[in-house]
Design a binder for this molecule. Structure first.
Ligand SMILES: NC(=O)c1ccc[n+]([C@@H]2O[C@H](COP(=O)([O-])OP(=O)(O)OC[C@H]3O[C@@H](n4cnc5c(N)ncnc54)[C@H](OP(=O)(O)O)[C@@H]3O)[C@@H](O)[C@H]2O)c1
Length: 245
């Protein structure tokens, strides 16, 4: 009986690399996202790599009505259910400054949308008594910075949500892992100024799979970001508020 992985944001480059890894373990994959053509192309590739089965489902995390068919499909899967959240959006902070109404969408894409989905999935996982939830946050959630504090606030909210979900689902044997990437070379960072310690989607997916195997609660990818953020979190606020990092 194969494991099932529900992938929210299956068109993300990091998600694609992670799905390839899961396919090679013979998992069943439920790809969820907005771009059906992109996901259908991925589905063919995942079949070829050994996935037991692949489903492609429409998802907009801003619209909870799209959750129902995915949850119904999940309920009909045998074996352990697992979920991984890759959704998120990061408009330029200057664009948000010019139109603060964009804030709601940023919070929905990274935090409240996925949280609403996971909240509905949680009882199913509790009943089955196992599986894993992977939630991709960001180092941006560790401290509010001048350049992206709305995106950072969404990721901080999601990290706190994941912490509580871990507390809840751990009691039923479900492994809940928060992933905090530093910069990754994907569509999200395309065209931005060069960033330190940038990693690749494949390396990030490798770190996620390793974290799952080791039962980690919170991982940074690349790993150096754990140390960098320890330093950044400990800069005193009177100094930090004058920095433009
Ligand atoms: N790249 C980085 O440097 C970096 C660093 C830290 C954290 N992260 C996080 O890593 C995750 C994956 O990002 P990525 O780097 O792979 O960039 P990406 O390609 O832009 O991935 C973002 C994903 O979120 C999906 N999405 C956004 N809003 C959605 C909505 N309302 N409903 C459904 N799907 C939605 C996008 O779907 P569409 O294809 O339909 O737009 C896409 O699949 C994100 O959570 C991001 O915040 C990335």
């Amino acid at each position: 009986m194969s494991d099932t992985w529900i992938i929210l944001g299956a068109t993300s480059a990091i998600a694609r690399a992670f799905m390839r890894d899961r396919a090679e373990t013979g998992a069943t994959l439920i790809l969820c996202g907005r771009d059906m053509d992109d996901m259908k192309a991925s589905a063919a590739d995942l079949h070829a790599r050994g996935a037991a089965d692949v489903h492609v489902m429409a998802l907009d995390v801003r619209n909870a009505k799209t959750f129902t068919p995915i949850l119904d499909l999940a309920a009909n899967q045998h074996g352990m259910l697992n979920a991984a959240v890759f959704t998120g959006s990061m408009p330029d902070q200057a664009v948000i400054d010019a139109d603060p109404s964009l804030i709601d969408g940023v919070i929905m894409d990274s935090f409240t949308g996925p949280a609403q989905f996971l909240q509905r999935l949680a009882p199913m996982m509790e009943v089955r008594g196992g599986g894993a939830v992977v939630g991709v946050g960001s180092v941006a959630g560790d401290r509010g910075r001048l350049g992206n504090y709305v995106y950072g606030a969404a990721k901080a909210g999601f990290a706190t949500y994941m912490s509580g979900l871990r507390n809840r689902l751990g009691r039923s044997g479900v492994h809940v892992m928060t992933v905090k990437p530093g910069p990754v070379d994907t569509a999200m960072t395309w065209g931005l100024d060069s960033m330190p310690f940038m990693t690749t989607p494949d390396a990030a997916a490798h770190d996620i799979s390793k974290g799952l195997r080791k039962g980690r609660n919170v991982i940074y990818t690349a790993g150096i970001w754990r140390l960098v953020m320890l330093v950044i979190r400990n800069v005193p606020e009177p100094i930090f508020k004058k920095l433009s990092i």
